[in-house]
Ligand binder design. Sequence first.
Ligand code: GAR
Length: 199
Amino acid sequence: MGSSPKDIVILISGGGSNMVAITNAAQKERWQDTLHARVACVISNKPGAEGLATAAGLGIATQVIDHKQFDSRDAFDAALQGAIDACQPTLVVLAGFMRILTPAFVAHYAGRLVNIHPSLLPAFPGLNTHQRAIDAGCKVAGATVHLVTADLDHGPILAQAVVPILAGDSANTLAARVLSQEHLIYPRAIRALLEQAAG
Ligand code: GAR
């Protein structure tokens, strides 16, 4: 009683399996009752993102802000910010959102913008992480949940999971092993942030 709603906005560009993992955890762990929190909206920068249909099937409001319709990164980020702020979210969750965000956008959501990256940061920021880890001869790989700062893939680390790199691994087999761990650590890290949030 008396606590304000904690809405979560999730940004995706693709399949949205992390979005599903977060939504499933919210349902199973009854975040609405215990934390007054819910996934309020899923926004994609890609009209064809598979995760949009999945989110709609889960009863979540969806929206597309197609980056190709904008002349500049600033204009796209301003439109995205408008759509997000309409939800007044407690947390903005990047879940396979494959756009670099402007410093102004990141500053606007300081402390409530989180990302999951498929490597053990600070190793392998950027793209193609699994192949790069294999090529480097790493024996382990993993995923990192972190707060987003203007420095790409370098914000304060909230959670990590480690998996082995096995002989004969391809980028795809390693990605699948890492992804299954992402589905565990991301909902847990978000839940911890919600528990910390005032209200
Ligand atoms: C995940 O592996 C996530 O860590 C990665 O994209 C995948 C999205 O999968 N994110 C990045 O590479 C961000 N730079 P999903 O759409 O099934 O959640």
